[in-house]
Design a protein around this ligand. Structure first.
Ligand SMILES: Nc1nc2c(c(=O)[nH]1)N[C@H]1C(S)=C(S)[C@@H](COP(=O)(O)O)O[C@H]1N2
Ligand SMILES: [Mo]
Length: 385
């Protein structure tokens, strides 16, 4: 494999009693926990679970294979005890129960949720943090009330700059409480939801039951789970998860070099990206016409083309894109390939979006390993007849 292998970072010894451990895919560590099929384990408590690429074989990522990321012990919320409080710069402070939230108009938005650190394991030099490979991303249909409708119920000052969201999980030891502030312009977007359902099912506990933020096109960090407090303010929260965490250099520096904190800014929209999903790295295929396929996504932009190379990037052909041009979600691509002779081939995919962004050959190195979006590549072995 040309890219570095995933490194296992979990506390291996405590797993055996909690999980059934099995082997799957390319020799990576996998676990099964209740509600999930075998997933790549990065941490067990709290759970950081990666989706094996082989599951990216359809437009929607099923709940039971969707990646999981959390910084703090996962709360399990009882519906009867739960209240969402909305306050700050509002004309009144309100408390909403699950049934209050269900009475509001419900909307469904398909959107890609991607962890800011997806692909971190591919950065050279290595950076600290969960060494995600390609599976800290997924596409689901999210349903629930619009955030703007909930803000209106409380008489929120829509001229204020931020909505700060906090979830039921609380800080522990050295990890502070997970609190995020969302710019008001995104908070009032009709696609920004407080989801109660994921792919038509009750929002799973692991994904934030009973309520989570859906911030289409923005990094996963903004998608606060188990939300029980919304506060309208003119200042963003000043906690760790707004600053210095989840910030990206305005001007990328040399690989391995530290970046001045003043030169970091909050991450919002996500970059252009694509994967080859129909085959896994190292697959053997016969000397015959093969359909290559995958998907491509671009944060708040739209995918305009995907090019595929089967000769290590020397020449490229434009792939066919699936017909639906929905925003915030990924588009599937396919292309037919007939290799002329047996051998080892490096197959690459490169997406372009509506802002003219093109996937780079090398992702811009940054000290936290965010926003990895280099051209995807796998090796395929074409066998003789
Ligand atoms: N309350 C809370 N919300 C959270 C987090 C968290 O630790 N606590 N992690 C965030 C991060 S970094 C990501 S990538 C997404 C992951 O969502 P998922 O576990 O549903 O895939 O949740 C976000 N929301
Ligand atoms: Mo994340």
């Amino acid at each position: 494999m040309q890219q570095p292998q995933l490194r296992f970072t979990g506390r291996r010894q405590v797993i055996a009693s909690m999980f059934a451990v099995a082997a799957l895919g390319q020799g990576q560590e996998v676990v099964t926990i209740p509600g999930k099929r075998p997933m790549i384990l990065h941490n067990d408590r709290p759970e950081d679970l990666e989706t094996p690429v082989r599951y990216f074989d359809q437009w929607l990522t099923p709940n039971e294979v969707f990646f999981v990321r959390q910084h703090l012990p996962r709360p399990v919320v009882q519906e009867a005890d739960y209240r969402l409080s909305v306050g700050g710069r509002t004309s009144r402070e309100i408390q909403l129960s699950v049934s209050d939230l269900r009475k509001l108009p419900q909307y469904t938005v398909p959107a890609v949720l991607e962890c800011t650190g997806n692909g971190r394991g591919f950065y050279q030099p290595r950076v600290p943090g969960v060494q995600w490979g390609r599976g800290a991303v997924g596409n689901a249909e999210w349903s629930g009330p619009r955030l703007i409708d909930v803000l209106k119920l409380a008489g929120a000052d829509m001229e204020a700059a931020y909505v700060t969201a906090n979830g039921v999980d609380v800080g522990l030891a050295k990890t502070p409480d997970f609190i995020r502030s969302l710019a008001m312009r995104k908070a009032i977007d009709p696609n920004t939801l407080l989801a109660m359902k994921m792919n038509g099912e009750r929002l799973p506990d692991l994904h934030g039951f009973p309520l989570r933020l859906i911030v289409p096109g923005w990094d996963g960090t903004s998608w606060v789970k188990w939300v029980n407090s919304l506060s309208v303010a003119n200042e963003p929260d000043h906690g760790f998860f707004m600053d210095p965490a989840y910030r990206y250099p305005k001007h990328p520096g040399a690989p391995g070099q530290p970046v001045d904190r003043a030169d970091l800014e909050v991450i919002e929209g996500m970059p252009v990206k694509s994967y080859i999903t129909g085959h896994l790295d190292g697959d053997k295929i016969p000397l015959a016409t093969t359909t290559l396929r995958g998907m491509a996504w671009a944060g708040e932009e739209r995918i305009t083309r995907v090019d595929v190379s089967t000769d290590s990037g020397s020449t490229w052909v434009e792939a066919q894109l699936s017909s639906k041009r929905l925003p915030f979600t990924w588009r599937l691509w396919t292309t037919e390939w007939r290799p002329s002779k047996p051998g080892y081939y490096t197959v690459m995919s490169r997406a372009t979006d509506s802002a003219g962004r093109v996937q780079p050959v090398v992702a811009a190195w940054n000290p936290s390993g965010y926003l990895f979006n280099a051209i995807d590549r796998i090796g395929l072995i074409v066998e003789g007849v």
